[in-house]
Design a protein around this ligand. Structure first.
Ligand code: EPZ
Length: 413
């Protein structure tokens, strides 16, 4: 499926933000810690969440969905995640710690690399080994046997997924686990809060040192999926590139402070508790030098958006991608097809802004694809964005939502 984006249409109106993919996936992974029902509200209707629900169902969980409310319950009838399932969703690794904690064994395919980088899970596995789990890495599978035991463990890097897995692995252990150098992303805080609501004993919520005191079992709970900070940034980037005045609702500005700083430094921006209004009537000067880093610094998931925004700035912007080794080059090449001036040297992109002209471009991953749509909104003429299935993994109705505020994007199958 492709999008044809007709540039030059300013955006006006109001756009609601929905639940975060990366929060929903983490919370769904935690449902395997109990047989009782976990209900998630504000759960986004996107492909990755649908695939995660299918994965849970195939492991034995009962799943229901009514609109943006999802329920998961029941016991697993297997702890083996087969390859076809795991290929559905990279987030399958997010059930590893939970299944181990409850069942004492799990087998799953090693999540292969993807377009943005090699995506290793060595930190996940090293932490589990330090918890006394027998971890056997075969060529494409990893087999873990043994209930995780309490430990003090420092992550060598604040990996989001490893933090999620190791916290979940600890909640049913035999004592006190102290995890140091944890990721502190909002999605981690949401997971910690759900686990506490399920009966887990966790202190240090939102901190880099988290202490978990194991309990015998966890119980039913309900959680509201936090607003998607990357979708919020995508909508803001759309207005920056196209021009106009848009109010975003149901969002959490605090979760994208680093991105908002760049926007408000260049455009009239009003920030409220759950709303952001941006009014774009001019070009940005430049965004300076921006380094991606773990939260609360500039998120790698917003890097492709800034790359596109920088192509419309008057001056030079430098972006350093410190997390994923292959997350700059492809979009740079596509933006240059649109007349952009993006030079990439290793992990550093230098962008001299001006304007863009519509062209044939190809989405290669989720956030990169969104960046190309955003670039097309401000371009002269039409931009044909191919392979937008990548975008549907993490965005619900991106084209329709942007069209509601004046974009002209039509879908071609
Ligand atoms: C999560 O991925 C997100 N995905 C990613 O969003 C996001 O880009 C990333 O966190 C960073 O914020 C989900 O939450 C489902 P990491 P994750 O472990 O957990 C290295 C999107 O588009 N690393 O924090 O896989 C890794 O290679 C996706 O929504 C190891 O070396 O990210 C990377 O360089 C893309 N060994 C860095 O750490 C490990 O064991 C950050 O990875 C684990 C990670």
């Amino acid at each position: 499926m492709d999008y044809i984006v007709s540039g030059g249409n300013k955006l006006y109106g109001e756009l609601p933000v929905y639940g975060a993919k990366n929060c929903a996936l983490a919370l769904l992974g935690a449902t395997t810690l109990t047989d009782e029902e976990i209900v998630l509200t504000n759960c986004p209707q996107i492909v990755d969440v649908q695939n995660m629900l299918q994965l849970l169902q195939t492991l034995g969980k009962k799943v229901w969905r009514v609109g943006d409310v999802v329920g998961v319950s029941g016991a697993l009838n297997t702890t083996i995640v087969t390859t076809p399932l795991a290929s559905l969703i990279r987030g399958s690794v997010l059930v590893m710690g939970s299944i181990l904690a409850k069942y004492g064994q799990v087998e799953l395919p090693l999540p292969g690399g993807c377009a943005i980088g090699s995506r290793p899970i060595d930190i996940h596995l090293d932490g589990l080994r330090k918890m006394g789990v027998d971890v056997c890495e075969q060529d494409t599978q990893v087999v873990c046997i043994g209930k995780p035991r309490c430990v003090t463990y420092k992550l060598r890097f604040p990996s989001v997924g490893a933090t999620q897995n190791l916290i979940c692995a600890s909640v049913l252990s035999n004592g006190k686990t102290v995890l140091k150098n944890c990721a502190i992303e909002p999605e981690i805080v949401a997971l910690e809060r759900l686990l506490i609501n399920m009966g887990a004993k966790i202190s240090g919520v939102g901190c880099s040192t988290v202490t978990i005191t194991g309990v015998s079992s966890l119980h039913t709970a309900t959680a509201n999926v936090i607003p998607d900070r990357v979708v919020t940034a995508t909508y803001l980037a759309s207005v920056v590139c196209a021009g106009g005045k848009v109010t975003l609702t149901n969002c959490n500005p605090h979760h994208l402070r680093s991105f908002l700083q760049l926007v408000s430094a260049n455009f009239s921006t009003k920030v409220y508790k759950h709303e952001i209004q941006v009014d774009v009537t001019t070009k940005a000067s430049s965004y300076g030098v921006v380094q991606t880093a773990p939260y609360p610094y500039f998120p790698t998931d917003m890097q492709s958006l800034l790359l596109s925004m920088s192509c419309y700035a008057r001056g030079q912007t430098t972006i350093v991608e410190n997390l994923f080794e292959n997350r700059l080059l492809h979009n740079a090449s596509q933006l240059n097809k649109m007349g952009g001036n993006v030079v990439v040297d290793g992990r550093v992109a230098t962008i001299n802004g001006s304007t863009l002209v519509g062209a044939d471009v190809f989405a290669r991953d989720l956030r990169g694809g969104a960046g190309l749509v955003v670039a097309g909104l401000g371009a002269q003429g039409q931009t044909h964005v191919h392979d937008v299935e990548h975008i549907h993994r993490g965005y619900a109705n991106l084209a329709q939502n942007l069209n509601c505020v004046g974009a002209k994007i039509h879908t071609v199958n």
